[in-house]
Design a protein around this ligand. Structure first.
Ligand SMILES: C[S@@+](CC[C@H](N)C(=O)[O-])C[C@H]1O[C@@H](n2cnc3c(N)ncnc32)[C@H](O)[C@@H]1O
Length: 195
């Protein structure tokens, strides 16, 4: 089913996790066996199923803004037999994160894969939502290599690139988080909340 989903995503131009990133996410969930997972950016449920498959007792809360993808994700989770282990939320991630933080929700694994220009804005909320010992995994942090490039950045990408640079700087400077950066595919960060 995962192979089929990958095909559907590629054909419909839905951006989903690349191969190496998928393996890393799978390994992290296998190793940490999270019970309460939060995902920002469901798309059609591909990465969600990877996490649910790898985390035997994991429950996934996942946020998607696009109505069509949200509906398709629900259908796919259903067909995959995961409907009782997932809550797919239709909405803007920032609004949902604010609400979760107000309600003191806690997650032991967070996969950040929503709008790249917003990562830095989400970070304080994600940190609040991440339990001590939990892991925050963020994809696309080097955004097509542009974040590490020393050249001039085209106007259309400048805000995303600047925001991602600030996101990385904030992760580096946060002593409550132990962060590892991986220069694989589009770049990833793995942060463990140590206090
Ligand atoms: C890279 S895709 C997610 C891929 C998915 N995690 C996977 O690997 O299968 C990013 C998703 O974030 C959604 N998105 C964009 N802005 C959003 C927002 N403000 N709030 C929630 N979701 C958003 C997009 O519609 C898109 O489906």
């Amino acid at each position: 089913m995962l192979e089929d989903l990958r095909k559907v995503a590629v054909e419909g131009f839905v951006p989903i996790l690349r191969d190496e990133s998928t393996k890393i996410l799978q390994d992290l969930c296998n190793k940490n066996q999270p019970k309460n997972i939060l995902e920002i950016g469901t798309a059609i449920g591909y990465s969600g199923m990877i996490m649910l498959n790898a985390s035997k007792d994991g429950y996934l809360t996942t946020i998607e803004k696009n109505e069509e993808r949200y509906a398709l994700a629900i259908k796919n989770f259903d067909e995959g037999g995961f409907s009782d282990r997932v809550d797919v939320i239709l909405g803007d991630a920032m609004e949902v994160l604010e609400k979760f933080a107000e309600n003191n929700r806690q997650f032991d694994f967070i996969f950040l894969d929503g709008p790249k220009g917003q990562y830095v804005r989400y970070l304080p909320y994600l940190k609040k939502l991440l339990s001590v010992g939990g892991v925050l995994f963020a994809d696309n942090i080097y955004f097509r290599g542009l974040v590490k490039s020393e050249g001039k950045i085209a106007h259309k990408h400048r805000t995303i690139v600047n925001n991602l640079r600030l996101f990385i700087k904030n992760l580096e400077g946060d002593m409550d988080l132990n962060t590892q950066f991986l220069d694989i595919e589009d770049g990833m960060s793995i942060s463990k909340r140590i206090k």
